[in-house]
Design a protein around this ligand. Structure first.
Ligand SMILES: *Cc1c(COP(=O)(O)O)cnc(C)c1O
Length: 242
């Protein structure tokens, strides 16, 4: 095992330990919380080592970085079957590319983006570039600050309806990032209540993607089914990259 492989194995064990402790404290089964590894700014070689450790769920925040990395990993580990997801802010003109490499998009935050994703997913399916509809999570802005992406909570139900109405889309759930400088418990409690309300009209929206390296315990306390972890697994990112 290389030094880097050993380092990643140690970090993975620590993150899995944190998830297990948080689940047990919340009376939840760890199988209810999936680990999505955010690989932005890290090379495909690291992702390859993570697949060797048994991980298969990866996420990226920018199409320009993701599309080549997805292809590189496929070349490095041709037998792996990774699932890539898009979690970053997405411009409509990138929808076509994302619909080809992403299993799911977690960052749908406007009706126009949803429409673009629907068209892009249909085109990709027709071209044989994707097997089925695109699972979409609507991204909520918990504090309503438009600067950081996400849809204000008041507009979330209409956005979810829009995803449901897309014939090449499947509404999978809700994603959010806790606002900076606020109590994550409070933020995730608000998010969890909004998600519960949404599920009354959309029982298929089962995923609640919440929690990152710093706040995954709070997110798990409030019902997260998907924690998106970068730094705690891969290490610090260089500031220039993002
Ligand atoms: C980068 C990123 C993460 C991972 O953040 P860490 O603090 O490094 O764990 C999670 N979600 C989104 C949307 C991100 O952009």
């Amino acid at each position: 095992m290389s030094d880097r492989a050993r380092e990643l194995a140690g970090a993975l064990a620590a993150v899995r330990g944190r998830i297990a402790v948080a689940c047990s404290a919340a009376g939840r089964d760890p199988s209810e919380v999936r680990l999505l590894t955010v690989t932005k700014t890290f090379p495909a070689a690291d992702v390859a080592l993570l697949t060797d450790l048994g991980l298969d769920g990866f996420a990226e925040a920018r199409d320009q970085e993701a599309a080549p990395k997805v292809a590189e990993l496929a070349a490095l580990r041709p037998d792996s079957r990774p699932r890539w997801e898009m979690v970053g802010r997405l411009q409509r003109n990138k929808a076509g590319s994302v619909a080809r490499w992403a299993h799911a998009v977690q960052s749908a935050d406007s009706p126009r983006l949803v429409d673009a994703l629907d068209r892009a997913a249909r085109t990709a399916m027709t071209a044989g570039e994707r097997a089925g509809p695109l699972p979409v999570l609507v991204q909520a802005s918990i504090d309503g600050d438009p600067g950081r992406g996400g849809c204000p909570l008041a507009a979330l139900p209409a956005l979810a309806d829009r995803v449901d109405g897309g014939d090449a889309l499947h509404l999978a759930g809700v994603m959010a990032v806790a606002p900076l400088g606020t109590d994550p418990d409070e933020a995730f409690a608000t998010l969890s209540a909004a998600t519960e309300r949404l599920r009354r009209d959309h029982p298929g929206a089962t995923e609640l993607s919440a929690g990152m390296s710093e706040d995954l315990e709070a997110a798990i306390r409030h019902g997260s089914t998907c924690v998106r972890v970068g730094t705690a697994l891969l290490g610090g990112r260089r500031l220039i990259s993002r």
